[in-house]
Design a protein. Structure first.
Length: 162
C-alpha cells in the first residue's frame, strides 16, 4: 500500500537507493561493454595485420615463381611453408575475432537489460513525482479555498457590525 502524502513534506522517492544501485550497475555494464568492444577491435586489427602480411607474402611468392628462374628451390619451399603458417594464424585469428564478437554481443545484452531496469525505476520515480505534485496541488487548492471561505465569513461578519 502506498504511503499517504502529507502537506508540507518534500518529495522523497522510496526506491531512491534501488535507483542508485541500478544506475551503478548500468555504469559498470557500460564499462564492461567498452572493454569488450576494445578487445574486439584489437582482435580485428590483428586479423587485418595478418591478412596484409599474408597478402604481401603471397604476392612476393607469385613474383618469385613467375620469373621462371628459381635461384633456390629451398627458399620457395620455405616461403610456401610460411604462407601455410600465415593461413593457419589467420584462421586462428578469425576464430578469436568471432569469439570476441560473441562476448561483445553478450555484454551488449547485459547492458541493455541494465538500462531497461534503470529506466523502469526512473519511470516509476517520475510517476510518483507526478502523483505527489497532484496531491500537493489539491492540498494547495483546499488551503486557498479555506482561506477564501474564512475571509468571506469574516467580511460578512464585519458587514453586519456596520
Amino acid at each position: 500500500m502506498a504511503k499517504e502524502i502529507k502537506p508540507g513534506k518534500k518529495f522523497q522517492y522510496a526506491l531512491e537507493s534501488v535507483l542508485k544501485v541500478k544506475q551503478i550497475r548500468e555504469k559498470k555494464e557500460q564499462e564492461k561493454f567498452a572493454l569488450r568492444q576494445k578487445e574486439y577491435y584489437e582482435e580485428k586489427m590483428k586479423e587485418q595485420r595478418i591478412q596484409d602480411t599474408k597478402k604481401a607474402q603471397a604476392e612476393e611468392f607469385k613474383k618469385l615463381v613467375s620469373k621462371g628462374t628459381i635461384p633456390d628451390f629451398n627458399s620457395v619451399l620455405t616461403r610456401r611453408q610460411h604462407l601455410i603458417v600465415l593461413k593457419d594464424e589467420l584462421d586462428q585469428q578469425i576464430e578469436k575475432v568471432i569469439e570476441a564478437s560473441q562476448k561483445m554481443e553478450k555484454q551488449r545484452e547485459k547492458l541493455l537489460e541494465a538500462m531497461k531496469e534503470r529506466k523502469i525505476i526512473d519511470k516509476d520515480k517520475e510517476n510518483k513525482k507526478k502523483q505527489y505534485d497532484e496531491v500537493m496541488k489539491q492540498y494547495e487548492i483546499k488551503f486557498l479555498d479555506e482561506i477564501a471561505t474564512l475571509r468571506f465569513s469574516r467580511d460578512k461578519g464585519q458587514e453586519k457590525v456596520i
